[in-house]
Design a protein around this ligand. Sequence first.
Ligand code: SF4
Ligand code: SF4
Length: 282
Amino acid sequence: MDESHPRKLYIPGGRVLEVTTTTGCIVGCAYCPQDKFAARQRTVSDVKHLSFEDFQRCLARVPRAADISFSGYSEPWQNRNCTKMVELAYARGHAVRIFTTLVGMNQRDLRRLRALRFRVFVVHVFDDGEYMNSRLVRKKYLDLIRQLVDADIPSIQFLVLGEVFPDLAEIIPAGTLVRSSPLISTAGSVDRKLVESQQPLTGALTCTEARQYRNVLLPNGDVTLCCMDFERRHVLGNLLHDSYQDIFEGAIFSKIVDRMNGMSGFLLCRMCERAEPKQQVH
Ligand code: SF4
Ligand code: SF4
């Protein structure tokens, strides 16, 4: 495929529960507001890692029609139970999505993952150090990437923002690499020196990817609106106490829907690159 038709990441739509397995991310990409999430989350909870038992309790409340995505506001494999959680979601009949840098994953995890099938498996590839902490790319990490490439996982996609770390460029087949579009402000949360926030939208709007149904589970069971809500601006409920249906029938979600339809009041979507004005029917 030539440069004028760059490959694009294939991410299917539908209902998704993203899982943030830990508070804080050691990868520390410059374009990611995960430090804002960690700071905000610590003010409401001292639970750093989502426990397997709590994940099990939350998952039991989620209908099978919702995909479970191991991604969220941190690198999922910083939690040592991540593979076990993936296996549980899979065994319960959910389609499983994975977004990982592989940091924290080991060869045993990879062997276990190879036995499963994924709807999406995206590897966020280390860049040449421009935005990512490439000191995490050591021999063990390179060996793991080699094994992952050899594993030939059918749904696998490799994604890089910027230039690939040189040692990785030799391992990852060029044809499988997706180069991402320009950086976004993540609804105004990213460092403004890196990306300018967009002018807030007014009036009725729509989420072009319907991400109001792709919510994020946090280590303490709280559920936030979507992958842009690093600062916990819209906490819809808590899956340790509320049913999945309650979350969408509750006052907070109803208010979000009203505000998307033009009602006044704070709405994160107004600052978000994924939102667009709703066409008015006259
Ligand atoms: S983009 Fe992902 S890997 Fe990078 S800091 Fe954010 S959560 Fe961590
Ligand atoms: S418009 Fe942005 S903030 Fe709103 S639901 Fe979609 S992705 Fe989330």
